[in-house]
Design a protein around this ligand. Structure first.
Ligand code: PHE
Length: 348
């Protein structure tokens, strides 16, 4: 589909698109739903084969943010920015582009606030912030450690459901992606007594991290076949699909990546194989709670931690509802988010 068709056929509220000639890049800001509040979501930047793919990514990620906020009943709306590069940029070009992205966000007057995402670490959020007040991450800094706390809480909920105990001691967790979330998650899991297995497309990253924790390294292409209790995708999306799900040798999936399922049907495939799936938009909500919590809503660090740790209880309720209905946890989580969207915002 062409860019205009993709925009017109989308069920979200609007898309702002801007072509930046100097960098030969497109900026897409997709706002899916402001039913619960103004739109907040990260900015992703990477090279795409075609701008349409970047737009599609922005739309799917924005939708994911709507469900993320609604699923944890946080009064914000779903939006996301994607900077679709046509080629790698040098540092000066990249900064110039991010500055212009900041100016674009500022011109929206607060309708959309952003922060870090894939390809845009906290140091690049600082570049965006040169031109806008609506970039989160200055005091909270890196969302990765917060996201990893939420994933750890998710793993406890998964263990309780699958093994009857939230204790992670002796459980094997396979982390895909030794990055912003994978690194702090490794530490938390080891502290919780879990056995670690690590994979990364850059083997050196996996080996470095594994050396720190005495973990096992798994080759990136073998990650789907590797036996483990919990598989934690913490890198790119779309890793759970018809092909990979058939190979999985785990009891559950709980990780930080956005849009882990290639399509919603993959949740049914996991369910049919008896693999418990922690819906990504709930399991990875930790970073999303921390940034606006600390910087927009005036929550204290303690309140933020407590809110992130409540992901365990939220997932527990979702698993229970799914079990009672013999359905995938994705269906239960979508219904839960749907109830919150139906109800609408609550006065705070
Ligand atoms: N990009 C991360 C996410 O999708 C963290 C983030 C959330 C950043 C909200 C900014 C705003 O959850």
């Amino acid at each position: 589909m062409s860019i205009d068709e993709l925009i017109q056929n989308w069920d979200g509220e609007y898309v702002a698109a801007r072509y930046e000639r100097p960098a030969e890049a497109w900026i897409f800001i997709a706002v899916h739903s402001t039913r619960l509040g103004h739109a907040v979501g990260g900015t992703r930047m990477k090279v795409y084969d075609a701008p349409e793919e970047g737009l599609r990514d922005a739309q799917r990620l924005a939708e994911g943010m709507t469900y993320k906020w609604a699923g944890i009943d946080f009064g914000l709306g779903g939006g996301k920015a994607v900077i679709a590069l046509s080629r790698p940029l040098d540092e000066a070009e990249r900064d110039r582009l991010l500055e212009r992205h900041g100016a674009l966000i500022e011109s929206m007057g607060g309708a959309f606030s952003t922060g870090a995402d894939l390809g845009v670490g906290p140091e690049l959020v600082d570049v965006i912030r040169r031109n806008t007040r609506y970039a989160l991450g200055h005091s909270a800094g890196d969302p990765g450690p917060y996201t990893s706390l939420g994933v750890l809480s998710g793993c406890r909920a998964v263990a309780a459901e699958v093994f009857g105990s939230r204790d992670l001691a002796g459980r094997t967790v396979l982390i895909q992606g030794a990055g912003d979330v994978g690194v702090p998650l490794s530490r938390r899991l080891v502290e919780a007594g879990a056995q670690l297995k690590l994979a990364d497309i850059d083997p050196a990253r996996a080996w470095d991290l594994a050396a720190q924790y005495g973990a096992e390294v798994v080759a990136a292409e073998e990650v789907y076949d590797e036996p483990c209790d919990i598989f934690a995708p913490c890198a790119v999306g779309g890793v759970l699909n018809e092909q990979t799900i058939a190979r999985l040798s785990c009891r559950a999936v709980c990780g930080a990546a956005n849009n882990q399922l290639e399509s919603d049907a993959d949740a049914e495939r996991l369910h049919a194989r008896g693999i418990l799936y922690a819906p990504d938009f709930i399991a990875n909500a930790g970073g999303a709670i921390a940034l606006p919590g600390l910087e927009l809503m005036g929550m204290s660090e303690e309140e933020v931690i407590a809110s992130i740790e409540s992901i365990e209880g939220t997932l527990g309720e979702i698993f229970q509802e799914a079990r009672q209905n013999d359905e995938s946890p994705l269906s239960a989580a979508m219904r839960r988010a749907g109830r919150v969207l139906e109800r609408g915002p609550v006065a705070r």
